[in-house]
Write a protein that binds this ligand. Sequence first.
Ligand code: ARG
Length: 466
Amino acid sequence: MNQKNQSNQMWGGRFSSGPDTIMEDINASIHFDCKLYAQDIQGSLVHAAMLAQQGIISKIDHQAIEKGLKIVLQEIEEGSFTFSRKLEDIHMNIEARLAELIGPVAGRLHTARSRNDQVALDFRLWVKEQAKKTAENLKTLISKLLIQAEEHAATLMPGFTHLQTAQPVTFGHHLMAYVEMFGRDLSRMRDVIHRMDEMPLGAAALAGTSFPIDRFMTAKALGFREPTRNSIDSVSDRDFALEFLADAAIAATHLSRLSEEIIIWSTPQFNFICLSDAFSTGSSIMPQKKNPDAAELVRAKTGRINGALVTLLTVMKGLPLAYSKDMQEDKEATFDAAATLELSLIAMTGMISDLIVQAATMEKAAGSGYATATDFADWLVRVAGLPFREAHHITGQVVIAAEYRQCDLAQIPLPELQAIHPAITEDVFKFLSPNESVKNRKSYGGTAPEEVRRQICYWKKRLVKA
Ligand code: ARG
């Protein structure tokens, strides 16, 4: 097993032999952290420029390093770069190629820097970029939900609690609930971008450096608000990724709930919506089937995103300060969660844009299941002056009467209602249609179409600045 081979060319000074092949297998990260090549080169370019500005390396050396790094970037982008597992990770692969291209002067690039602050920078740049992308994807989804909500601000549907018919609402109002959720997801993404906007490079291994570096210059050049304040924290901290994953998991949970509703609504039993062919599949045996596969997959992919959060929380939970190699395990799960969330958001945006609403079925269902029983009770309070608890009890008896007759509340003859309570008059019938019920729920944030339209207006304005 123990194959003697050459020690690592980047750090092998004190080693007489190279690693066991299994060591190489467990140690190498190049097969996934090659994703960070652009961030790594960007960080190196800025670091080299700062070293030159501060007189830590010469202008000539800086020029050579800059030229070499740009060639490496080009090689990677063209696909002509050979990644080597022996060189472990993206940082050493790039530096080794730089040395091939420009000679020993490449070794000056790592002055006043360690892979610990280098990887902290690269990963932070990547997560920050991805959080921005997620925010944009959330904005697009919200804008499509707003279009459907506006079109269906007055389309009646049954509102549910316990998945039992509760009270009539409008479909637009229901969709606006998701706008609120995804709106919070969006603001969480903005928050995490703001908090992670501190630049760790210059922390070096953990203690800072004796070279006269300018971390304010590198922070600015790399698009950060400011440098981090504590070098130990800079190389130990992964909460920027944890927070991104936590926010991603919450957004995925919202996507999953919406998926679940889309799946229920599109069953023939509900028939509230029709999914477009573009987001459904057929069955190989049952010709009549149209399956909501995209929604099911979005629902399931939530598991991967939640899993990534648990993975990183678990990696970090027992680590002493500062850097430990455990932290190399921060990347794969994060990369996967980010890509999965991106795909899920785009798929959901497509499903929402294409959704066909079966307004007549929804409206019919909105009136079933005694959905306006609360309106009956409210009438007893408002018009007959009864305390709500008593009104609730009386309405319960009205529901029993309707069940007995197998009819709607509005179809019970008045004398029968008056036998339950003498204060009931003809007037109550005006309030028992789903349309009337919804129209009356004008409280701020309620389901009345005018109120839903006000919420839509608010979000249209807010989204421009979000
Ligand atoms: N590949 C490593 C990672 O992703 C880079 C940092 C290595 N630092 C070290 N001291 N071994 O974490």
